[in-house]
Design a protein around this ligand. Structure first.
Ligand code: UGA
Length: 355
């Protein structure tokens, strides 16, 4: 199969590209505005090609790649919550308008589209403690002034448009809702104590490595279910390779058994840091209000657990538990930062505004 991955240079894209090359005989074409995370992929005897380009400025070029592919995987997104309150319009432009152009191109050229959405479309739990089901659970957003929801709203509208085209019969799609994947290359490291910026793993890792504060936003009571990227890419592969069973379906990918509050996660990562380095970090845990950490307009998803019946029906099973998921991810960051002479920018300490 000729697979076109838009956003191949991102966290999911780079890990997925590598997995597909190692585990099958697919041809992979990758496009991204950044190539740092796939530079070490090496030569794959004509099975892999990559081009640096940006969906915002190089659309004609992207059209020519869509034309030659069997399936288009669209991973292009801004997915760091601090950006949703800092740059809401940029978030909508990339996550909705630019992605919509790709949807339209897939309709025009009759290409199968695998569109990455987000678990964030489920929004807040509103007291519902059942695992979120793709076709049943209500999507609960906060008020407009809470800009955090602009990202989920953009993704939700894109999903609704894709779904409508599927019903009209002019698009063959699968929508994937990823639930907090974590693993090598997830996000860039920041100076310990930085506000906003990347997702929680990078903040806690940066604090542990730089002896700074591990901030528990609003007490760290929010709950997430984490999935190791190695488990996640096998699930994505199952979707790619089962086009008929996944036709016009929305599918959660996540690990319902790896639930934790953010507070519990902070202490788990502290413990793992000591286990991996044989020394105690000088990091400490402290609480901070959401508005102070991210700016006005931040509101949180309080609880997030996927129902994985659909993806499990394809024969997929997660393998790594919460502890092992974070142990392996932390180990990778520790080894890579000490091993490399020249660090790629996502392993150097960055200012928070890098996306
Ligand atoms: C983000 C994206 O918005 C989702 O679209 C995406 O699907 C998801 O990541 C993902 O990785 O799959 P979120 O889970 O809120 O969603 O991402 P984080 O920024 O990692 O936040 C997780 C929790 O940690 C939140 O409650 C946040 O307030 C908290 N947090 C974050 C801290 O307590 N301290 C920090 O230093 C950073």
């Amino acid at each position: 199969m000729k697979i076109l991955i838009l956003g191949a240079g991102g966290f999911i894209g780079s890990n997925l590209t590598e997995h597909l090359l190692r585990s099958g005989d697919h041809m992979v074409m990758g496009l991204d505005s950044d190539d740092e995370k796939i530079r070490d992929l090496g030569v794959w005897e004509g099975r892999f090609s990559f081009l640096k380009c940006d969906v915002r400025s190089d659309f004609p070029l992207i059209e020519s790649f869509v034309a030659t592919s069997d399936v288009v995987i669209d991973l292009i997104a801004y997915a760091n919550p601090s950006l949703y309150v800092e740059k809401p319009l940029d978030v909508v432009d990339l996550n909705f308008f630019q992605n919509l152009k790709l949807v339209q191109e897939c309709i025009r050229t009759h290409k199968r589209l695998i569109q990455f959405s987000t678990c964030e479309v489920y929004g807040m739990s509103a007291g519902n403690r059942e695992p979120f089901k793709e076709d049943e659970t209500n999507l609960v957003m906060g008020p407009i002034k809470n800009q955090r929801w602009i990202y989920a709203s953009a993704k939700e509208l894109l999903e609704r448009i894709i779904y409508a085209h599927g019903q009209e019969g002019d698009l063959n799609f699968t929508i994937i809702r990823p639930f907090n994947f974590v693993g090598p290359k997830i996000d860039y490291l920041v100076e310990a104590g930085t506000l906003g910026g990347p997702r929680v793993f990078s903040h806690f890792m940066s604090a542990l490595m730089g002896n700074g504060p591990m901030r528990l936003v609003n007490g760290g009571e929010s709950h997430r279910s984490y999935t190791h990227i190695g488990d996640a890419v096998r699930a994505i592969q199952a979707v790619i390779e089962n086009p008929d069973r996944c036709r016009n379906q929305i599918i959660n990918i996540g690990n319902p058994n790896n639930g934790t509050t953010i507070k519990e996660l902070a202490y788990l990562m502290m413990e793992l840091y000591e286990e991996l380095t044989n020394e105690k970090s000088g990091a400490w845990v402290e609480e901070m209000a959401g508005d102070e950490f991210y700016g006005a307009g931040y509101e949180d998803c309080d609880w997030r657990v996927p129902d994985v019946s659909k993806i499990s029906a394809l024969g997929w099973k997660s393998e790594l538990d919460l502890r092992e998921t974070f142990r392996q991810t932390m180990q990778w960051y520790l080894e890579e930062t000490s091993r490399r002479d020249v660090l790629p920018s996502f392993l150097k300490v960055q200012p928070a505004s890098v996306s």
